[in-house]
Design a protein around this ligand. Sequence first.
Ligand code: EPU
Length: 456
Amino acid sequence: MDVIRVRGNRKLQGTVKISGAKNAALPIFAATLLTDEPCVLENIPDLSDARFMADILRHMGASVESPEPGTWRIEAKNLHTRAPYELVRKMRASVCLLGPLVARLKRAEVSLPGGCVFGPRPIDLHLKGLARLGCDISMEAGYVHIDAKNAKGAHVFLGGRHGSTVLGTANLLMAATLTPGTTHIESAACEPEVTDLAEMLVKMGAHISGIGSPSLHIEGVDKLYGCHHRIIADRIEAGTYLIAGAITGGDVTVNDIEIRHLGALIDKLEEMGLCITTPTPRSIRITPDGPLKAIDLTTLPHPGFPTDLQAQMCALLSLVPGLSIITERIYPSRFMHVPELQRMGANIAIEGPSAIITGQKRLSGAPVMASDLRASVALILAGLAAEGDTWVQRIYHLDRGYEKLDQKFAALGADIARLPASAMPVEGEEPEGPLEATPRNLPAIDHNLATVASNN
Ligand code: EPU
């Protein structure tokens, strides 16, 4: 298995093109099952999660091909009702097969996805919504069985104790498109990925109003049709590269994005003292603008600060003088990156759902273990700013959600390499190659001294 080696202390500089959004692509793949006509999806990122979703659709009976990179053509003339455990356990997002199966076949047997490393991740709200539509739901041997032959439009409140549910909203939205009558989803998730799905469903012939708001109205139709759809840019990938610019005191521009999807992050980066500009209507540039300040932030449903950028901010704030507090309101125990950041010298204490971060002058590179997608990328970011080499293991997590991560960072000037695990130095042995001229021996960046002079 490969590892990623990052040699820190380099300011990133340049422009990075952002890929299509993983979290938009996955439910949109599932939505293609709502019709027996072909759907063509564009701007699909080349990620293991996207390829895996394509495999699931094949398993469900669809014909799935990728005529060129980034484009997928899916035609689901025939469909099975059962999504087995072996598939669903590998990718939690496969739970969003429920909506299309209920809508089109009026029957579904989908394995329960189980928990994940950052918490229990229940699907009670998905099921509550489907039950409100009149679906008959039962559990058996780890599977949820749904009979939707009597389903009809209804009023559904989807709020839970952590806000709404993104994939739950996607499921209910998809189910309601082909369910007779009017469905009103209140407290629907407003994440841009849900909006993207709703816009694709409208292209397929669905009658939906209130798109982008927490109040969605769906008039059920008899049939949906094939369509072409281009997936939105990945706001979390974009945010990650902006934070990489910030943590290295560099000058980074992210391109091909929707600026309005990143409002909460921009606000927090500006509050920290970073300079954010928008060179074009579809790009954001980050540059240093004097000393950085500690901040408090709380993750919330969109348009609040996204949980999927929390770990990256944790890495950044570890190097900002003063006391910062991050409170995680979506997944209160999503802090697996913290022990690994501590191994690199970060001073972070976890108190309930909050991380209390005392900014350090420097981090030092270390061998670290990735535990999930965003935790892994936080370790890469920390490694970019640390002294010495950081070796990130279990990088298959990164391959799930960051297209060409090492190439994109290298193009920004990072010293990053994907290597076989055998390249990792064994403790007590000298690392290979000369030590004296490598960037890891340069002094740590002092963000207090960073100025706009580093813009060029
Ligand atoms: N929740 C419930 N009951 C439910 C559903 C959710 O209590 O039936 C709770 C969850 O436990 C959590 C909160 O509600 O506390 C929000 O969960 P949500 O259902 O919105 O999450 P999701 O739809 O399963 C998607 C993304 C996640 C992202 C969350 C929150 C995809 C494939 N996944 O998950 O992305 O963190 O929304 O924005 O879209 C990632 O990309 O790294 C990732 C984990």
